[in-house]
Design a protein around this ligand. Structure first.
Ligand code: BGP
Length: 477
């Protein structure tokens, strides 16, 4: 495609701490809630846990060298809270913070701009034990303690910050993304209460970046899907709008307008699900404004009408097998909307729709609506990659997926949308949130299986060489 990407465009890729680092109990780090949740997945389904993950903690210099070889201009990663503060608050773990100093220095030395995410699902387990984690408002103060420390520590080296990863996905899949004590798991109001606590934490972190980081920019990284109506009948159109309000605008309006969308709030109040909002909360949320919108885009979604009286399903389709059609069910909100499969789109093995046009659509739509620059902080295709006898990984399906999405992003840029960065998921193979290492995303293959971490040898996939050319030509190839 012809070159329309800005000269300083931040080509790169993303990872998150617990999915890639390993060393889960090394050098003073204590468990995060993800270490516990992933161990349960390991026991139940045989999926790899995060104890070793991709062993990035020990391989990070080699990994940064590979990123440099691909030509990365940026790298989005997250900080493990329980590596820095093993008990959530209190004494800093010197060896833990040193790891991030070394990583950031290594990136800067190689001309790669760090994009730091403060929180990617991995709350310190100590805080879950202490007061139940995100369900308790105390977590907001504890988060502020952690984020203030990190932002201050790296204020001269890191200019691009994202606060909390995918609040929308946390609300939808809350027991996977947060450890929810057993007795609360049927209490759906808590999903929105947790989200409200995250809104406060997000706002505080935005204020901290604005106050402490010269030239710093901050925003949330939102898991975002445009939602299409199943048909053009008015009831489906309305259902799609309702779903958009509750699944998308519910977060976006907070970040950019400092308000909850009315219709979604009224629906939640009617069903006893609305969060408790204390005096001063909405003022704080307004003060913690975002400079940009970082989006994680994998797939578009589809909604249809859902009459009152329909059975309520709140747990939305997790396909753990990687066999097409194995999705476990779609979320329903009786009287508001029901999510469903889009018959017009092909899917990955895990039933995630493949829709590059959705990326152009959302970039144009959101830029018009909120007028803020955008970054793509995740985008990618989970697949069963095979190491062939010739010692290679021929992942042409991934190349095809990413190429189509880059073209779609290019079209949005041609239409005037300001996009700063493209950081697909993931720089290297890592632990999928609910599928171990069978479901791979990386440009760099990590030679391990779910039950055998071997030495986590790094191997360049075909997509590695392809992405290298994309970056070299600034998106032209
Ligand atoms: C996003 C998360 C990532 C990542 C990705 C792929 O929602 O931010 O952490 O894992 O999805 O999802 P999965 O690992 O379930 O395939």
């Amino acid at each position: 495609m012809k070159n329309i990407f800005p000269e300083n465009f931040l080509w790169g890729a993303a990872t998150s701490a617990y999915q890639v680092e390993g060393a889960a109990y090394e050098d003073g780090k204590k468990a995060s809630q993800q270490d516990i949740i992933n161990r349960e997945n390991y026991q139940k389904y045989g999926f790899a846990n995060a104890d070793i993950a991709s062993d990035h903690y020990h391989h990070f210099r080699e990994d940064v060298a590979l990123m440099k070889e691909m030509g990365f201009k940026s790298y989005r990663f997250s900080i493990s809270w329980s590596r820095v503060f093993p008990d959530g608050v209190g004494e800093v773990n010197e060896k833990g913070i040193q790891f991030y100093r070394d990583l950031i220095d290594e990136l800067l030395k190689n001309g790669i701009e760090p994009i730091v995410t403060l929180y990617h699902y991995d709350l310190p387990w100590a805080l879950v034990e202490k007061y139940g984690g995100w369900i308790d408002r105390q977590v907001v103060d504890d988060f502020a303690y952690f984020s203030g420390y990190i932002i201050n520590e790296f204020k001269d080296k890191v200019k691009l910050w994202t606060t909390i990863n995918e609040q929308s996905i946390i609300v939808q899949y809350w027991t996977q993304k947060c450890y929810i004590p057993e007795q609360y798991r049927d209490n759906n109001q808590l999903r929105y209460q947790i989200n409200h606590h995250m809104n406060l934490a997000h706002a505080i972190a935005c204020k901290q970046v604005h106050e402490m980081v010269p030239g710093g920019k901050v925003g949330a990284a939102l898991g975002y899907s445009p939602i299409y109506p199943l048909t053009s009948c008015p009831e489906d159109m309305m259902a799609a709008l309702n779903a958009h309000d509750l699944r998308n605008s519910f977060y976006l309006d907070i970040y950019f307008k400092g308000t909850y969308p009315k219709a979604a709030m009224i629906y939640l109040e009617k069903h006893g699900l609305a969060p408790v909002i204390q005096d001063g909360d909405m003022e704080l949320i307004k003060e913690g404004y975002s400079d940009f919108l970082a989006l994680n885009y994998y797939a578009s979604e589809c909604a249809k009408a859902c009459p009152e009286g329909t059975k309520e399903i709140r747990y939305n389709g997790v396909n753990r097998s990687g066999k097409k059609g194995d999705i476990s069910g779609y979320e329903t909100h009786p009287g508001f909307y029901e999510m469903c499969k889009n018959p017009n789109l092909d899917t990955t093995d895990w039933d995630w729709s493949i829709d590059p046009t959705g990326l152009e659509y959302l970039l144009r739509d959101l830029y018009e609506r909120y007028g803020k620059p955008l970054m793509i902080t995740e985008n990618g295709m989970g697949a069963f990659d095979k190491l062939t006898e010739d010692g290679k990984i021929h992942d042409d399906y991934r190349i095809e997926y990413l190429k189509a999405h880059i073209q779609a992003m290019g079209k949005a840029i041609e239409y005037g949308v300001e996009v700063w960065a493209y950081c697909p998921w993931s720089a290297l193979d890592l632990i999928s949130t609910s599928n171990g290492v069978k479901k791979r995303y990386g440009f760099i293959y990590v030679d391990r299986t779910d039950d055998d971490p071997k030495e986590c040898r790094r191997i360049r996939k075909d997509s590695f060489y392809w992405y290298q050319k994309v970056i070299e030509s600034n998106g032209e190839k």
